[in-house]
Write a protein that binds this ligand. Structure first.
Ligand code: HQG
Length: 192
């Protein structure tokens, strides 16, 4: 059984492997769904001296307790649900709710009004059905701003949406005219 601090640390290592740099850990992710066999991930984690004693049930604990449900177990395979920079996971296009949220920061707004929301270092723009996830994402860099995204407008501009699970939606880009600032951030970003 891992402590909360250990869970966080293993989770960070797992996101590094499954989202960003599988190659450095000797792992090949499935090019379609981004998964790998859970025993391969386990061996990669065990190869780190600090985690040589880790067991599969510990990895399953991390998956279960992840506050943002970052990982998904599919039988004997595991993948990160979202957040990838390394490989472009093929998600199925899906019909999003009329409104989605994106958490960002004041410093990024000028560029967003010019170019819209772009994936930046990741493969997709990350959006959420409620403001809770957007608040967590946007609070990481400076003053939080929550944008409301008009998905019908974006679809009219040819944007496809993909569902990553746990209320998280992905898109290749969002045009600036489909974004408006909400005051949800100022209200404390209540879970909705
Ligand atoms: C901003 C983490 C300038 C965008 C988070 C964001 C989330 C622009 C930053 C998940 C821009 C990219 C994803 C433009 C967008 N010009 N800045 N045109 N378009 N941006 O981390 O959405 O805890 O790559 O607003 O919490 O913040 O790791 O994306 O501020 O859930 O599981 O550029 O990753 O989850 O930042 O975060 P990121 P994100 P985990």
């Amino acid at each position: 059984m891992l402590t909360q601090a250990q869970e966080k640390s293993v989770s960070k290592l797992m996101t590094l492997i499954l989202r960003h740099d599988p190659v450095s850990f000797g792992i090949v992710l499935d090019p379609e769904d981004g998964s790998c066999p859970i025993d391969e991930l386990l061996r990669a984690v065990q190869a780190q001296p600090r985690w040589s004693g880790i067991k599969q049930e510990d990895v399953e604990q991390v998956v279960r307790n992840s506050d943002k449900q970052r990982f998904e177990l599919i039988q004997d395979r595991i993948r990160a649900r979202y957040g990838h920079s390394f490989s472009k996971i093929q998600y199925k296009a899906a019909e999003p709710p009329a409104l989605l949220y994106h958490g960002t920061n004041k410093g990024a707004l000028a560029a967003i009004w010019k170019k819209g929301l772009l994936p930046m270092g990741r493969q997709y723009v990350h959006l959420s059905e409620g403001t809770h996830f957007a608040t967590l994402a946007g609070s990481r860099r400076g003053e939080l701003v929550i944008l409301e995204v008009n998905t019908d407008g974006a679809k009219e501009s040819g944007v496809s949406f993909y569902y990553a699970g746990n209320e998280v939606w992905l898109a290749d880009r969002i045009p600036p005219e489909c974004c408006t600032v909400t005051d949800a951030g100022q209200k404390g970003g209540d879970r909705s």
